[in-house]
Write a protein of this length. Sequence first.
Lengths: 425, 425
Amino acid sequence: MKILFDRPIISGEKKYIVIENDIITYIGTDRPEGDFDRIISGDRKMMMPGLYNCHTHVPMTLFRGYAEDLPLHEWLHEKIFPAEELLTEKSVYISSKFAIAEMIKNGVVSFTDMYSFSDKIAEASIETGIKANIGRALLCFDPNLKLKDDFRFHEAENLFKNYHNSGNGRIKIDMSIHAEYTNLFGYVKETAEYTKEIGANMHVHISETISEHNECIERNGMTPTEFFYKAGLFESPTTAAHCVHVTDSDMEIMREKGVSVAHNPVSNLKLGSGVMRLPVMLEKGINVTFGTDGCASNNTLDILKEMYIAAILHKGVNLKPDIIPVSEIIKMATENGALSQRRELCGKIEIGYKADIILLDMNDFNMIPLYDTDAALYSINSSNVCMTMADGEVLYENGEFTTIDIEKLKFDMRDICAATYNAKS
Amino acid sequence: MKILFDRPIISGEKKYIVIENDIITYIGTDRPEGDFDRIISGDRKMMMPGLYNCHTHVPMTLFRGYAEDLPLHEWLHEKIFPAEELLTEKSVYISSKFAIAEMIKNGVVSFTDMYSFSDKIAEASIETGIKANIGRALLCFDPNLKLKDDFRFHEAENLFKNYHNSGNGRIKIDMSIHAEYTNLFGYVKETAEYTKEIGANMHVHISETISEHNECIERNGMTPTEFFYKAGLFESPTTAAHCVHVTDSDMEIMREKGVSVAHNPVSNLKLGSGVMRLPVMLEKGINVTFGTDGCASNNTLDILKEMYIAAILHKGVNLKPDIIPVSEIIKMATENGALSQRRELCGKIEIGYKADIILLDMNDFNMIPLYDTDAALYSINSSNVCMTMADGEVLYENGEFTTIDIEKLKFDMRDICAATYNAKS
């Protein structure tokens, strides 16, 4: 399959781009010779690398709008945890597929997930053609529990065996320690050793709230970052979500160990967790990317929105309008996402890279006039995404999905939300 | 003209709504008898009052993305002010109409503007059917200038004479003192007296940045709010934009004098101005509504976005997820906006109120599932708006404008931005 993109705007210039199978093979201002299976018009379109959502819990689309404006403890213990008790393989499969459709429509080509019933998330991912790093959340409250006796660990182990590098390599299986406050040191240490042994990535929540951070210090005499460092977690390539309350010395550990941070500005604001110190992390050279978190705390899976809010939020809270250039925000959502997921030759539009590409419609109001393509981020929203391609395969184009029966999926999603959680519509 | 809305969801319930000419005459669960000129399906639609944008500068759509990531002084003095020198009647007319189209598409039924060439803004508004409170920005740096000798004041005076209550009452003319740092006490006092005499509203910028606030104290021994209070500005119904750095005692003055505050969270973040203390203002009982500010500092005219960002921002910076309920945010953007503009029987969907109404499509991903209609604000975006009606007139429906030739307008907008400011597209 050989596809020609006919002069979309890319980094401010109109260029031809050629895709052969899953690889970008030409970028230039001269029209390349030869025949093409398909020519995609770039007229009034802007091309960007596909976006990465490096921290989410896709089945939580079930809980979009389910519990709002509540104190965190009440929200979790009275609403979210009881709702999660009702999860089934079927509801996880449908809601994951629904979440993936939403992400594809919003220009996301790859996501990193941590949840349960993760084999169903993997199956939904493979069917849709999206890329995903998927992990089964590991929790342990029993000091006598050995890793080899834990059903969650066995699920994670089987997930790795059955799905790692499946879907033509689009699916990777990560190990996922949920968090410090839901685990014990010995269990974490054993998991860290196993993760290193199998060569997997690690995905973990760190210092999302100030109480989580402070209670860890009370319990262990160290911060969550120090706790995980000591347990050897960072010996595998790690993505740490949230990191709102990490200290400067935590950041030094992260930088030294190459830990990637998934910044979730919307979730952190909405749950009242606070504002992560993004400018400091970037200055220290930490690889920071974006996550949406789950739909119970966002309530969308929209990386362009995370990018936009991060772009303006840190200017505002630091009273400094030039604190982070927009080009850095774009790099975070693309190149840094690929590094977080350890996907080589991904996250950039360059020759030899995987064809993970989105097109944005520059003919909508919010895109007129156009002075600078990077600066367009300040007015773009996800409704401007008009094409999403992963590994050279068009997954979404002008409102249509190529791999998903979307009307059936909407019906199934409404049906299961109404039946299980009394959704109105 | 008699229109029946056939059971959209309104405040969580499916209801029939009847519009006769410009007024809401029926709301109920029983189908009303009689014939209708038009029946609008409410299937999978949510109905809300139309939104108010109570602080903007519509011609600044010309500068969307024109100057980004710069320190405030450089942004203003090296980019925005020189660009404004090139404004013409034609460019203001086209860009205003373009801005109005964008707002209508985003569910805005009324806006409050402060700029120059304001007669052109009024003309564009009348043609489109939107409601608007329009003012000519008044600035004075010359201590010897008398109000009656000021060309800007004469433009404001003529604007009032020619356009106040025009467009079937949809257009109101406000007086607009730009700000303390661009004015002198005597000029402000004279303007305040004139404003009271003609019975107009007042629109003013107050304490947008900390330096503006502190420099006013250095110059005058009082805060901007105290300065304007002493000059008698608040003797007319006033809308004060930004108010990021007002003190508690400033807030007391505002509450006492019934000053409305236009909260511009996006602009305040993007320009690095800071975060207004919204929860404190609401607790004091100040009438707070929303504004987008101009497109040079936002970069869109999207009140649903302001609402969403305000809804999550104040939770985040106050570390309190239940600090402002979403119902309060909706009231701010509707009812409080009507009060700010002094429009009676506007801003609510109630019998006897003006038919200023929007419909939102609940069939898009971000709206599935639906548990609570108010909470849907956390996932709505402006692309969900599928109908905008002002005074009973449908201005926008399913992508089509009824009063605007949108393709011509896009062409004209691109043309003038390219010719005057070297826009790329």
